[in-house]
Design a protein around this ligand. Structure first.
Ligand code: SF4
Length: 200
């Protein structure tokens, strides 16, 4: 099963297929892999030791960043992800990014942001839209209408513990006015706003 895979100059980590959302745009609905990774559907969740062992199969000097992003929400396994982050920092000293839906606090029922300190450098969160109602329509989060505000609260909190927080939307999916609203939200949160290219 594919635990690590390359995307451009970075190495991606796929540790879970669990996710509290069922986004209408989720790429898992239409494909099994990314960038010729091999299937990102896991037969079972790999143990932390198995994930660490996988890194030895790759030439780590080749990669700029290690990115936690696969066919699922990485913070579903927050303890295990952070243990792997510690290993990456101690062994390779690499920049670590996590691509997340930002619902970690709802998944774990507590403020998870402080735990990211010293282990994760960049937190990239899918903002999707400036509207909480539209966010729920798009993500179909099992946590319901409180999801959008919880995601923004997490973004604001985690900014105190990591170098950079990025909130992103997808090009062509929002009006210019909505993108301006997203930029305003990002400024309030203290996050960078990124409009990422559409991927089908
Ligand atoms: S949060 Fe990510 S993995 Fe989960 S359903 Fe949405 S796009 Fe897919």
């Amino acid at each position: 099963m594919t635990i690590l895979y390359e995307v451009h100059d970075n190495l991606y980590v796929n540790m879970t297929n669990r996710c509290p959302c069922a986004c209408t745009f989720c790429l898992r609905q239409t494909r099994d892999e990314m960038n010729n990774s091999g299937s990102l559907w896991l037969e079972r969740e790999p143990t932390v030791d198995e994930v660490k062992a996988e890194f030895k199969r790759f030439d780590m000097d080749k990669y700029g960043e290690v990115v936690f992003c696969g066919f699922g929400e990485p913070t579903e396994r927050l303890d295990d992800v952070l243990e792997v982050c510690r290993f990456i920092k101690d062994t390779y000293g690499k920049t670590v990014r996590i691509n997340t839906n930002g619902l970690s606090d709802l998944i774990h029922g507590c403020d998870t942001a402080p735990r990211f300190e010293g282990l994760i450098d960049v937190v990239s969160i899918s903002l999707n839209t400036p509207s909480k109602e539209r966010y729920l329509e798009l993500t179909r989060s099992k946590f319901g209408i409180e999801s959008f505000d919880a995601m923004l609260r997490f973004a604001k909190n985690v900014k105190r513990y990591v170098k950079k927080v990025v909130l992103s939307t997808v090009a062509t999916t929002l009006t210019e006015e909505e993108e301006k609203e997203c930029a305003k939200i990002c400024a309030e949160v203290g996050a960078e706003y990124r409009i990422r290219p559409w991927e089908d």
